[in-house]
Design a protein around this ligand. Sequence first.
Ligand code: HEC
Ligand code: HEC
Ligand code: HEC
Ligand code: HEC
Length: 473
Amino acid sequence: MARRAVGIRRFIARISGSRSRVATTLPAAALTLAITLFIALSAGEPLNAQGGYSYTGVASCAGSTCHGRSEGNGAIVRQDEIATWQSPSAVSGAHSRAYAVLGGRRGQQIAASLGLGDAREAPACLGCHATYAPGPERGPRFRLDDGVGCESCHGAAIGWLSSHYEVRGTHPANVRNGLTPLEDPQARARVCLDCHYGSTDRGQFVTHSMMAAGHPRITFELDLFSSFQQHHDVDSDYVQRKGRPDSVQLWAVGQAEAVARATDLFARPEYGQEGVFPQLYFYDCHSCHRPITDGEERRLTFETNPGRPITFGQPPFNDENIIMLSTVADVLAPGRADAFRSASRNFHDAMDNGRADAQRAAIALRSEAQALSSALSGRNFGSNDAFTIVARIGSDATSPRFTDYTGSVQAVMAIDTLLNALVTDGRVTTGAAAGIRANLNRAYVAVRSPNGYRPAQFREALGDAVSAIGRLR
Ligand code: HEC
Ligand code: HEC
Ligand code: HEC
Ligand code: HEC
């Protein structure tokens, strides 16, 4: 599988400081585009609320007095959001490149292998690689080739565009008019997961066939990915309007929503199955895709996993978020932990019994995940919680469950996010965190390549990072 080493790339991005703040220098190309967009705005047709459309397009956000500034020095919001969103090389610009990658070599290859024609016109791809509004909902300045535009996340703008910058405008009023409340962890998780996991909406599901045709695998963690595309400052007026973001909560709710989404899709016949097989997208890829040796020395690559009561050799459902959410529940919602754990065991167990049982168990697990998501959304978390979760991830209760690549990647991202939360909280100094980076780096190296992944080595590296953080408590 041609897949970039996501973990290490993120690690590099992190140590080079991109998490803390977006680039402040504006690349020339971005400036040119901002100017073009501004011209488009001044010369464009007037906004027409009667036109029947709801998506106004990125150009309608681009005025130099709006979000198209070259410097992030706006009084309330930065106003250089477009420059960050379309940064040509940084991770923060990925969404503006999402349409263009469909036209690249890999994008064209995938679509050709599947007989989809040009990927840039294939609904199966556009659902996630663009703001894929239905034709009649596209305003005069809407452009599909803007990729994943502002309205993919913030919501169709026609209802709130002209009022959201009014002096008397308030956030609740904007939300009533259709703005998505992205400061709310559940709302944000659901928006991101539509594309960073899958949804029932048009063109928002990556099948195993697409992956077989060359689509990269999809990794996601809400807090970490939010910080990589961040284009706003959490300053005092932000906190006043929207509250202080809580990284631990974003991470935890992100895990709960991911489990709810996976089980929801899996339980639906039209997503859970491809041909006579279950939809393999949901399973651990490397339970099937690993080298098989048949020599004197059998190298055992299938490890029994204490969280999964399945027949030896059966492909396991990809439980990366289930493992994390179990850990979250143990620490942050202990009253619900047992119910979640038994629902997740029943779900794995039901895989041995056939489709109907697995669907029922998926629905039961989804309810537990949803209940946890709501419980976690309702409270704030402190740095003691972060320390306790880190310890729990490295503990004997959790660590033996890291037998697969994806679960392990998820664990490293969790440790990274929680360490970052401790720094933000002032519980760990930047210097001390930097000292631990070497340990965390070793854990990232252990998940650099799915093909080279060795569970025992990974668990050792993770254990070192967890102990190092524990010593700072
Ligand atoms: C469910 C949403 C979804 C669908 C449907 C989807 N993609 Fe993607 N695609 C993504 C995400 C998310 C990524 C980024 C993965 C990552 O880096 O974590 C991506 C990455 C890619 C990349 C790699 C881009 C790069 O920067 O290297 C290509 C190429 C691609 N997709 C093409 C396609 C094609 C062609 C189709 C249709 C057959 C398609 N995608 C359908 C969500 C989707
Ligand atoms: C991938 C999803 C995504 C895309 C695309 C996106 N945003 Fe955001 N944006 C967010 C999130 C998440 C936040 C932080 C939560 C919040 O305050 O709404 C945010 C925050 C903001 C803020 C700060 C809000 C405040 O109250 O201080 C502005 C302004 C903004 N975005 C404008 C834009 C513009 C303009 C575009 C298009 C160029 C855009 N965003 C594209 C997700 C996105
Ligand atoms: C409409 C679909 C869509 C939505 C909604 C969306 N994304 Fe994405 N995102 C993508 C696609 C497609 C890519 C890959 C684009 C590429 O490779 O150029 C991507 C890439 C990214 C990347 C870069 C990943 C990498 O490996 O380079 C980050 C970070 C990211 N998204 C964060 C988020 C967050 C956080 C949210 C929710 C606030 C979100 N996205 C919502 C489609 C979406
Ligand atoms: C239950 C077993 C199973 C699981 C789980 C599975 N696959 Fe596959 N995969 C197959 C089979 C069978 C084929 C097609 C037959 C072949 O390899 O010739 C295939 C083909 C592929 C190919 C093309 C291989 C080639 O040689 O061209 C890729 C890439 C791929 N899968 C990726 C994935 C990813 C990514 C995942 C996890 C999201 C995954 N697979 C999960 C069984 C599986």
